[in-house]
Design a protein around this ligand. Sequence first.
Ligand code: TRP
Length: 450
Amino acid sequence: MASPRGEFSSRFGFIMAAAGSAVGLGNIWGFPTQAASNGGAAFLLVYLVLAFTLAYPALMAELIIGRHAHANAASALRLISPNSGLRRIGTTTGVIGFIVASFILSFYAIVAGWMLAHCAAAVAELFRFDGLATWLTEFSLARNLGFMLVFMALTVGIISEGVQQGIERWSSRLMPMLLASLILLVVYVFTLDGAVDGLRVYLLPDFERALTPDLIVKALGAAFFSLSLGVGTMLIYGSYISDRENLPVVGGLVTLVDIFIAVLAGFLVLPAMYVALHNGVEIFTATGELISEDTLIFNVLPRLFDTMGLAGVLVGFVFFFLMSIAALTSSISMLEVPVAYTIEEHGVDRKRAVVVIGILIALASTVILLNFELLFGLVIAATTRYSQPLLGFMFCLYAGWVWRRDQLLQELRKGNAMVEHSLFWKIWPGYVRVVCPAIILLIFAQSLLG
Ligand code: TRP
């Protein structure tokens, strides 16, 4: 228990780290693909509404509890509970959260491995190793396994260095680069034929689609996934934030950055799909379904880069390099969840905890890869679509009902003495207490009945 806890050294460092956690494959692989296969603008609209009205308040619940407790989710929920029954439920929620986080990482590392492989393929192409480049971009067990392992090794390496040297240093360097290159790519894609068709799909909503329960559950899962909620990631990051910070503002900035990048990525991926379609790439089946949703961007984006000639190789390299990095700043935040728990609850040394847990998760990834058709989609749906919002529901209940209101206020006052008079304090406490849990339950009840 006595291990010294890390802390982010600056506000910028925290925002970059939390935004680094939030911004990842969910924004650039998950969100645009789901938008493309769920009615484009309809999905975008529901996603935006849910992100601001549900995900942001839930994020605040995690950040505030985390900073108050300066501990992992299990002990944090225990700390704010007034009696032993609630303490037990809190601990269980924290433990389930870290198991879910580990499973999320187990599929995440696979997709991130694809990013690494495409990055390596660009290098191979540059040096005219065409055979190798083809192998790197084709779906095979050997490639998938190899690059998943490389990615897990990188994640383990960074997390073993701790908060400031590992998490903060890397996030602050790489996040700004990602944003800049994304903007340049969006500008470029609009110079190509077909891009406008994609834009139309992305921006013209079909309201009948927007209101189906299935679409709403998917959008809710996407929003919770994108903000890294429910499993205790943000609670842990909150626990590393300094007491001087004004949490509602900082959390708001993280939400804005995250949503902005997801929406921006949609402006790249949907137009790129239609550019590819224009160039004769098949992306839809005869019935209008997307072919291979999971690997969509790996089919579509390289075609886009091909249109740029030799420069395209370089652009492809930069893009997949940055995507690998974005994935890494997210994966470290997932691994930190079980690691912090093991260090703090069982007094294990950081390096050892990181290596053992890393190996276990890599094993889970291997099992998924060996049974890809069966498990990949299943693990994603079980963790992100169901577990995350339901665990988020628990965090809202703990912030809204279990924790004493005066203690909560005191925690917020540390970073903003006037918080009592802010709009946030007028709305959020009641909101996280009633509205958030109610809507989450309603969405689930609907999807079960529908
Ligand atoms: N939010 C990240 C993304 O969009 C993924 C992520 C990081 C995550 N940490 C998480 C998702 C914890 C769920 C839980 O790619």
